[in-house]
Design a protein around this ligand. Structure first.
Ligand code: SAH
Ligand code: SF4
Length: 346
């Protein structure tokens, strides 16, 4: 797909055709299955200062918490009991949980449960990544947020996009299934930047992808910036599906923050993964990356998602849900798929 074509789709030339093409590819790879990953947000402490995020270190209004290992293990056990095939351990960039603490948690979860383990702990060292893989972790999520150097470095003070990209590549080398993604409509992002980001993600050949809209948080420097819209985030998800047919693509909770039913619409636009929060009730509202996150209780939320999936004619799956790569890996983004939306010049 050329840059010009990407831009036309992103401008909304024909959403119905775009979403139908993405849906068709998802069904070819994943049938009607939707994977559920239970996410345990075990610490909202963070040493970073991302301008978009409510967990940023300078936010003195955040109620900070750290879960004890026993609580994290209990939440993982809940994932198993609820029939979710994967537990995702996520936190702010919080060095309090050192290499050995995380490794011990991963080992215990892998020993006690038939669960895939995904880590999303931010920018950690090569030694830590290697150790946690060795301990049994299956996957790592590290979003690039945007690949645009100026935008990235303005919004993640002190960080360099080259380092983020290098970490993503390094995680692949260690044998993780690796996921990344972008914040769509991050203030300052235009469609050219978004198109380039989609190409960058496709070039990384990742197993997991996510495109969530920007949701302003009142206790951040971007409090007055306009909220990201649903449509560009859905278009981005659909384009990611078309360019990465084998990938697991999350319908992010930020889609629900952008519009009611946002996540359901994501499942119709090429996404095949939902990530309900399993963070214990006593702290879950404090994991406020953006407002409204984790408003509902755990079991109600999981049940509602399962019902949403069925209403779409899809099936909530209890599989561990590894990416379905075929016998080859595309080396470059494919052109249009014959019969999908051939002949259209959006
Ligand atoms: N600290 C880790 C993981 C937790 S943050 C890291 O940064 O990688 C998880 C994700 O939340 C980030 O990758 C970012 O994409 C998303 N996020 C943060 N603030 C957001 C906002 N205001 N709107 C939408 N997504 C946001
Ligand atoms: Fe910390 Fe991640 Fe939020 Fe950045 S996005 S402030 S690293 S939790």
């Amino acid at each position: 797909m050329t840059r010009a074509e990407l831009l036309e789709w992103l401008r909304g030339a024909d959403d119905a055709a775009l979403f139908a093409a993405a849906d068709k590819i998802r069904r070819e790879r994943y049938g009607t299955e939707v994977f559920l990953r239970g996410i345990v947000e075990f610490s909202n402490h963070c040493v970073k200062r991302c301008r978009y995020c409510g967990l940023r270190a300078p936010n003195t209004r955040a109620q900070r918490y750290r879960l004890a290992p026993a609580d994290i293990l209990e939440a993982a056990a809940l994932a198993a009991r609820l029939g979710l095939g994967t537990v995702v351990l996520q936190s702010g960039d919080d060095p309090f949980y050192d290499r050995e603490t995380i490794a011990a948690l991963v080992r215990r979860i892998k020993r006690e449960h038939d669960l895939a383990v995904t880590l999303s702990l931010g920018d950690r060292t090569d030694e830590e990544f290697a150790c946690w893989k060795e301990a049994g972790a299956d996957r790592y999520l590290l979003k690039i947020e945007t690949g645009d150097k100026t935008l990235y470095e303005r919004n993640r003070p002190g960080e360099r996009i080259e380092d983020r990209l290098e970490r993503v590549r390094c995680l692949k080398k260690y044998g993780y299934e690796v996921g990344s993604g972008v914040i769509v409509d991050l203030p300052g992002m235009d469609l050219e930047i978004l198109a380039a980001d989609i190409e960058t993600l496709a070039g990384l050949e990742l197993d997991m992808l996510a495109a969530g809209p920007f949701i302003p948080h009142p206790d951040t420097p971007l409090r007055s910036a306009p909220q990201g819209l649903l449509a560009p985030a859905l278009r981005t998800s659909a384009l990611l599906r078309i360019l990465n047919p084998w990938a697991n693509i999350a319908s992010t909770s930020a889609l629900d923050a952008a519009a009611p039913n946002g996540r359901k619409l994501g499942l119709n636009a090429g996404c095949n993964v939902l990530m309900p929060s399993l963070t214990p009730e006593k702290v879950r509202a404090d994991y406020a990356i953006y407002p409204g996150k984790n408003a509902a209780g755990i079991q109600d939320n999981v049940r509602k998602l399962q019902q949403d999936i069925r209403e779409l004619g899809l099936e909530p799956s209890n599989s561990q849900g590894f990416a379905r790569r075929s016998s080859y890996v595309r080396k470059s983004p494919p052109g249009r798929q014959a019969g999908d939306y051939a002949g259209r010049t959006p």
